[in-house]
Design a protein around this ligand. Structure first.
Ligand SMILES: Nc1nc2c(ncn2[C@@H]2O[C@H](COP(=O)(O)OP(=O)(O)OP(=O)(O)O)[C@@H](O)[C@H]2O)c(=O)[nH]1
Ligand SMILES: [Mg+2]
Length: 1056
């Protein structure tokens, strides 16, 4: 029998009775059993054995006999107790007739790398050491020190590569050693000695982050020597910065999405931040509304050019906000940062706690579409969730200070030829040179992704780029982590400091290390570093006079790394390494992990999405569609062949009753039970659960849906007349798509069904809380489906109860004003609402919104009176398709009905047009018809936005507005129904001033995706539009609270 090599001192040997040897049962690390080597063995059971164990060590063969023990299937040899620290151990176990020979090797515990002192103070020392080579898994170190007067002490640390030893004697010599420990086997580093600082005076109660001058003179016989001054700057303190930013409370009670979405005075007035404590709000609001100038936010109260002391570095500001936000706001901010093409935090430092957190959860939502070189040829692109994507990482760090901006150089290096972009904030940007207080040690990440066009792409392969803020001497942990996870680490340093890299000799460095070495900031060279067997740097480029001249060799060097099938680790997999280094991972919280487990219970039922919907979400299937048809028919009487309306309606009612009974027979499915279980647990866990589910569902249906969406988009563009095909793909998309809305829909249907059950029935009781739960979700920023886009119907009982519960949750103060968007399909309606208000309506490339969704925004108490409401409801609707659909069930009229509903419910309607679209006129016709159905025609405020339009000079804009008004008037005059109603011009249909209500919205992105950021012009106009809309809302008359809203909703839907 052969035993594999083991790395422990305990061996568990097992056998069975007198004759059968069953071999080694296992290896036990920390045995709690009494060890045989100590003279006794622990056995369980009945038989008696005579037992002998032989082994060999450096001293020759040793043996141990054990007789008449009680029976066991195992016993334990404690190698440590026998004093064995040898390399080879062979063991024989004689058991009566049976004999077993086990041979195994014991490996040497590798010692830690070199010890260095990061700081030496009068009574403390900051010690760091290298990672033991080749040692996998958790690492335990024994740090020992002894002073010259023989005081000794030690500490055991786990998974850390540095520690601060305090309470040392002042001005004394200490010797330190660090040993890797595996159980009790230890191998120590070379000891290193140092003197703690001598002659000192401790000053306490100094102000953090302040300049002090301290001078010392010698006093001898009352004579004073010359003063020797020293200037010091006390360390900044996180608490102080948070107080300055007004975030002290949020460090414990985190900021949430719903609080930052709230509309307040600043939204109405558009005031710029006056003082530091309004900066966080301004930053987050700008960011979630995709403002590309977010990072340059500063207060008006001080001049950023002259008042550096009071100014705040944007990296400090964003770090503070991240430290004070909950996981969902962090995730939202990271998503918006990536859309703005800003680098996002990978390792977030918390200086106060001396903790570093890897922001894996925060990055989960980032999805990008790009074309690596293999696919560029076939014009195919891949759509990937970036944390799961195996993309090589190249990292950039610095040793000491650099005379130029590393981040600016990176921006140049990774900006496409087409468009320069400041992905990393750098010192030459607004407030970028303000000293950083809490963001030192931050590691940011971004991705360079090719679009497949050689003229545009800088690199033909995707690459992740990390940037460490601060000096690697002070942030050794981050540096070591990057050395382990990157394909290459580029280090900016001065030649005089190159010796520092000898440090790397004992370390586990997986990455290629390349120096961007300068000689006193005058000449610059690229050097490759060889660490093993000893440190050696070789020039890779010629000397250059200017760091920017290094761009070309750097580009070459990175391309070489990318071509050489480099080490590729997805961010999700990097989390393992992070944990080994003692770095926290944001996803490791109990709530997040339990939520994930609950999601797995739901998703285990999914193999095919359509089958899953049919079997696990049956209440919303064909039966609900049939009920919807009947409900709509009841009011609209489109198919009534018999003359008597009442008889017809009666027959419909009977059919509906039958169908409802059929629907009630569907039991709550196992997946739905698991879903409800996931949703009703604690509030924090609920949102983790929903987010995980959203992400997992997207991963499941991704390929199929996106393929169909691309087809849909292509056919709509190339063959708009092929309505049959368009309808077919549309149906396929709705069949295969599976997302959160389907689960919520099922909740609605289960609730509606349970409502017709007897009041005390168990099933009804279990559904009772669902409306309140959904009301809370609406308050917390989740959209709710108003019109079911597949069944073309509103589950009216469900919506009524959800909104009534919401009214109760708002303590009956739920006066609401409504902004709705309608218009051309795929014209950016959902994107527009999202960018204006920071909300999260579904956005997609092909077929996006179906039916209608609502989302709620709170109004701050200070402006409730001014705005005339307690909350604002946003309604996002399905795009209008003027083509005649082939179906004969009137569902093709759904989009028109939804548009009319939205217009009727709203106080302001935004009409979105895709300019240049051949169907523009048809869309306008549907819009005008929706307005003319209203009782209060001509009263409703309307804004028309034209997407993808460049901003025009004032005169041209006026001209184009006049053309639009003429076009609208022409449509009115042609329309038979409007003629009948004596309507002749636009002012009789809607409140619309062409001077102030026509908007040209520039293209969303600036350049070619995926590297194109959101355009600054887009965010500027969208921001102005939002301010205008809020101004209009203020003037619009009050229309009651949510209870009145639901009544209006029911009335309007029935009479459409
Ligand atoms: N070029 C360009 N693309 C945009 C603009 N606004 C949105 N998009 C993109 O166009 C796609 C569709 O945007 P959506 O906001 O879903 O459009 P929609 O009008 O809501 O679409 P439907 O709901 O399907 O009618 C998304 O990929 C957006 O990123 C824009 O102004 N210009
Ligand atoms: Mg949409």
């Amino acid at each position: 029998m052969v035993m594999s090599s083991v790395n422990v001192k305990m061996v568990l040997v097992g056998w069975d009775g007198w004759s059968t040897v069953i071999g080694v049962l296992g290896i036990k690390k920390r045995a709690q059993h009494t060890a045989l080597g100590g003279g006794s063995a622990e056995f369980e059971g009945g038989d008696q054995f005579a037992l002998q164990v032989n082994w060999w060590n450096e001293e020759g063969m040793q043996s141990l006999m054990c007789r008449e023990t009680s029976c066991s299937r195992h016993f334990i040899v404690d190698v440590r107790a026998i004093g064995l620290l040898s390399l080879r151990l062979a063991m024989a176990v004689f058991l009566g007739m049976g004999m077993m020979v086990a041979a195994f090797r014991h490996e040497v515990v590798p010692p830690p790398g070199r010890i260095t002192f990061l700081s030496v103070k009068p009574n403390s020392v900051l010690l760091s050491w290298g990672c033991p080579q080749g040692l996998q898994g958790p690492k335990i170190f024994r740090v020992k020190w002894s002073s010259s007067n023989k005081v000794e002490d030690f500490m055991i640390v786990k998974d850390l590569l540095r520690m601060e030893i305090s309470n040392l004697g002042i001005g004394q010599r200490y010797e330190f050693s660090v040993a890797t420990e595996d159980d009790d086997g230890i191998l120590r580093s070379e000891p290193l000695a140092i003197h703690t600082e001598d002659c000192y005076k401790m000053f306490t109660d100094l102000t953090p982050d302040t300049d002090y001058v301290i001078s010392v003179s010698t006093v001898l016989s009352n004579q004073l020597s010359e003063r020797i001054p020293i200037r010091i700057h006390t360390e900044p303190c996180l608490g102080e910065l948070l107080s300055k930013l007004g975030l002290a409370e949020q460090y414990e009670n985190k900021l949430t999405i719903s609080t930052v979405l709230e509309i307040n005075q600043n939204d109405i007035s558009g005031h710029k931040p006056e003082s530091a404590n309004s900066l966080p709000e301004a930053f987050v609001k700008r960011l979630i509304t995709l403002d590309t100038n977010t990072r340059s936010v500063h207060c008006l109260s001080h001049n950023v050019d002259t008042d550096k002391k009071n100014a705040i570095n944007p990296l400090d500001l964003s770090t503070a906000i991240f430290l004070c936000s909950d996981g969902f706001l962090q995730q939202d901010m990271v998503l918006k940062m990536s859309l703005c093409q800003f680098a996002v935090p990978l390792l977030l430092p918390n200086q106060e706690q001396r903790e570093i957190t890897m922001m894996l959860w925060s990055m989960r939502e980032i999805v990008q579409t790009f074309s690596p070189s293999i696919q560029a040829f076939s014009k195919m692109s891949c759509e990937e969730r970036m944390v799961l994507s195996d993309v090589p990482l190249v990292s950039f760090v610095r040793l000491g200070r650099t005379a130029f901006s590393k981040s600016e150089l990176l921006n140049r290096l990774f900006s496409n030829n087409q468009h320069y972009h400041d992905t990393f904030y750098h010192r030459n940007m607004e407030c970028g040179d303000v000293p950083r207080k809490i963001s030192e040690g931050l590691v940011e990440i971004t991705w360079y992704l090719p679009c497949g066009n050689k003229k545009i792409d800088k690199f033909t392969e995707p690459v992740a780029v990390a940037n460490l803020r601060g000096d690697i001497k002070a942030f050794d942990l981050q540096f070591s982590f990057l050395c382990q996870t990157s394909a290459a680490v580029y280090v900016f340093c001065d030649e005089s400091e190159a010796d520092y890299f000898k440090n790397l000799e004992g370390r586990d460095v997986k990455a290629d290390v390349i120096l961007i070495s300068s000689v006193q900031g005058k000449t610059f060279t690229l050097k490759t570093v060889q660490v093993k067997p000893s440190f050696k740097a070789t020039n890779e480029s010629q000397r250059r006079k200017n760091p920017m001249e290094l761009l070309e060799p750097l580009h070459k060097s990175i391309s070489k790394v990318l071509e050489s099938s480099p080490n590729k680790v997805s961010i999700a997999n990097m989390a393992k390494t992070a944990r080994d280094f003692g770095i926290l991972v944001d996803e490791d919280s109990d709530e997040c992990q339990s939520a994930k487990k609950n999601v797995n219970k739901v998703t285990r039922y999914i193999t095919d999405t359509s089958v899953f919907k049919a079997t696990q979400l049956p209440s919303q299937g064909q039966v609900w569609k049939a009920i919807s048809w009947i409900e709509n028919e009841y009011w609209r009487l489109r198919n009534n062949k018999s003359k008597n309306k009442e008889d017809y309606r009666e027959s419909l009612k009977t059919k509906e009753k039958d169908l409802r009974q059929k629907q009630q027979r569907f039991e709550k499915s196992p997946a739905m039970s698991d879903f409800l279980h996931g949703v009703v647990t604690s509030e924090v866990q609920r949102y983790y659960f929903l987010k995980w589910l959203e992400i997992d569902l997207e991963n499941v249906s991704w390929d199929h849906v996106s393929r169909l969406q691309n087809q849909y988009k292509e056919i709509c563009q190339k063959f708009p007349q092929d309505e049959e095909k368009i309808a077919d793909i549309d149906k396929q998309i709705s069949d295969v798509s599976l997302c959160l809305k389907h689960f919520f829909r099922e909740c609605g249907q289960l609730y509606e069904c349970s409502n017709s059950l007897p009041e005390h029935s168990r099933q009804r009781k279990t559904m009772e809380n669902l409306p309140a739960l959904h009301a809370q979700m609406l308050l917390d920023g989740f959209p709710v489906e108003l019109v079911d886009g597949d069944a073309s119907n509103i589950p009216i009982k469900w919506i009524t109860d959800v909104l009534t519960e919401l009214h109760n949750l708002m303590h009956s103060s739920s006066k609401v004003k409504v902004i709705a968007v309608i218009g051309s399909e795929n014209s950016g309606k959902s994107t527009l609402l999202n960018s204006m208000f920071g909300v999260r309506f579904a956005v997609s490339r092909g077929r996006g919104t179906r039916g209608a969704f609502i989302q709620l925004i709170n109004v701050h108490k200070d402006i409730k009176v001014e705005l005339g409401c307690d909350c604002i409801m946003l309604i996002d609707t399905e795009g209008l398709k003027p083509h005649q659909m082939v179906e004969n069930d009137h569902s093709h009229e759904r989009d028109k009905e939804v548009a009319s509903l939205a217009v009727a419910l709203s106080d302001i309607t935004i009409v979105s047009l895709a300019k240049g679209n051949s169907r523009e006129e048809d869309v306008l016709e549907i819009v005008l018809q929706a307005f003319t159905r209203l009782k209060d025609k001509g009263e409703k405020q309307c804004h028309i936005v034209c997407s993808n339009m460049a901003d025009l000079p004032a005169a041209e804009k006026r001209k184009s507005n006049t053309v639009l008004v003429q076009q609208l008037n022409k449509i009115i005059q042609k329309d038979v129904n409007m003629k009948k109603a004596n309507i002749t011009k636009i002012s009789e249909v809607m409140k619309f001033d062409p001077e102030t209500c026509c908007w040209n919205i520039p293209p969303l992105r600036c350049g070619t995706p995926p590297m194109a950021p959101v355009s600054g012009d887009y965010s500027k106009i969208v921001h102005t539009l939002k301010t205008r809309l809020l101004g209009d809302l203020r003037k619009s008359k009050e229309r009651g609270d949510l209870t009145q809203f639901v009544k209006r909703l029911e009335r309007v839907w029935k009479t459409l």
